[in-house]
Design a protein around this ligand. Structure first.
Ligand SMILES: Cc1cc2nc3c(=O)[nH]c(=O)nc-3n(C[C@H](O)[C@H](O)[C@H](O)COP(=O)(O)OP(=O)(O)OC[C@H]3O[C@@H](n4cnc5c(N)ncnc54)[C@H](O)[C@@H]3O)c2cc1C
Length: 385
């Protein structure tokens, strides 16, 4: 079958892929973005869009940061309230602008920006099944048999990335991976305007349950924990059963769900955590977002890091073309810029996560610690709570 040739192929049109395509808009390079789904499509997530995601859009110019802040399908959020196992709670205001928005809407909005502002070729409903690197190009095979050639490919294809599996050299197993289940409810009682809730329960550590309010009386409700707690041979936890138990039996939660209606079903998904520095590039390829395991292990936020890594990949790709260098060695600049931008935040969050993992009861001490202003500021800045 004859192949189509592009300068750059982006695999995946989530936040990392769309941000990458937007960042390439004035590069003069031919770009294709391939996604296995047809947009709008759902993505299992907490739907909390972190402040740094808006900053990524500001960085792209064109008033896109403002356009994203003005997006109508949003519920503005200004604080997070954490409910601790000892019955106390801590509420802290966020310093930056933020909102909750269903990913089906957010990701479609971002891809629409790509469609209307760039000349990117967009192939939806087609999955990349194979990627092979040759001396001169990368060849991609799609599910329908189509072949694409590109000088550079950017793997933005999420937690189950085929590009990371075939070209990368790290895995996300053990406690570098979390897993979570999410569902939508209508009419959960006791929600506070502008507040995301996170609940820690002694018997369910180290994991947490969340309720994030959305538009029209909906809430995003979920529970997440390290994946090694859900593996076949360990102390197995069935996330769906845990969620149902919390919602129907836990005294602080169950009464609030008595009149709530479940919309759709329970959906689970993996969260590759940014708990260590991985090699996220090689000859002619880069990995972004979840494909590069960049989720903050404490906040669970990955939309912002996905967008920033997409932008940094675009900037590296432009440098590759201007210097005519696609070698693995040259690509390492991408790893450096990503970890320079995100590494500090991920490192401190990982340290905090390891402390809570080892000493789960310490989570109760958060209420005393956050009374100290300076510490709180430091804590919130780095751990995005
Ligand atoms: C339960 C849960 C809750 C979360 N809550 C939050 C939260 O509240 N806030 C936050 O910031 N982050 C949250 N995250 C993390 C966040 O969802 C991810 O970090 C973010 O979606 C990563 O973006 P991405 O572009 O890298 O990948 P994705 O958003 O996963 O996009 C990948 C895209 O690639 C496509 N694709 C996959 N494979 C192929 C293929 N072979 N060929 C073609 N296309 C392919 C997919 O269809 C998809 O559109 C949560 C994650 C989970 C699982």
């Amino acid at each position: 079958m004859p192949s189509q040739t592009f300068d750059i192929a982006i695999i995946g049109a989530g936040p990392s892929g769309s941000a990458c395509a937007l960042a390439l808009r004035n590069s003069g390079l031919s770009v294709v973005i391939v996604d296995k789904e047809i947009f709008p499509r759902d993505k299992v997530c907490g739907d909390a869009v972190p402040g740094m995601a808006f900053k990524a859009m500001d960085h792209l110019g064109h008033d896109w940061g403002k356009t994203m802040r003005d997006f109508s399908e949003k519920t503005e959020i200004n604080s997070t309230e954490a409910f601790l196992p000892n019955g106390k709670s801590i509420k802290r205001n966020w310093s930056g602008y933020s909102y909750n928005c269903k990913r089906i809407d957010l990701d479609n909005f971002l891809l629409q920006l790509v469609k209307t502002n760039t000349s990117t070729t967009i192939l939806e409903n087609n999955r990349v099944v194979n990627a092979t690197i040759n001396n001169e190009f990368v060849e991609l095979t799609l599910l329908d048999g189509k072949l694409l050639k590109a000088s550079v490919i950017i793997g933005c294809d999420g937690a189950n990335s085929v590009i990371a599996r075939q070209l990368g050299n790290f895995d996300f197993r053990g406690d570098h991976l979390a897993t979570a289940v999410r569902c939508y409810f209508r009419d959960v009682e006791g929600l506070k305007k502008g507040v995301n809730e996170v609940h820690f329960f002694k018997e369910l550590m180290p994991g947490y349950f969340w309720i994030f309010p959305l538009e029209n009386g909906w809430s995003n409700v979920g529970y997440g924990i390290f994946a090694d707690k859900t593996g076949k041979n360990k102390e197995t936890i069935n996330l769906r059963e845990v969620m149902q138990k919390i919602i129907s039996e836990f005294p602080s939660i169950a009464p609030r769900f008595q009149n709530a209606e479940l919309i759709g079903g329970y959906k689970g998904f993996a969260l590759p955590l940014g708990t260590r520095k991985n090699q996220i590039s090689g000859e002619r390829f880069m990995l972004c977002g979840d494909a590069a395991a960049l989720i903050n292990p404490v906040g669970g936020n990955g939309i912002d890091n996905a967008m920033w890594s997409g932008i940094l990949a675009a900037e590296q790709a432009i440098r590759c073309f201007s210097d005519a260098d696609f070698s693995a060695n040259y690509m390492r600049n991408f790893d450096k810029t990503v970890y320079k931008k995100l590494g500090r935040q991920l490192f401190y969050s990982t340290c905090l996560m390891r402390i809570f993992q080892r000493f789960p009861s310490l989570v109760n001490k958060m209420s005393s610690v956050v009374q100290y202003q300076t510490f709180t500021k430091y804590f919130m800045k780095f751990f995005k709570i």
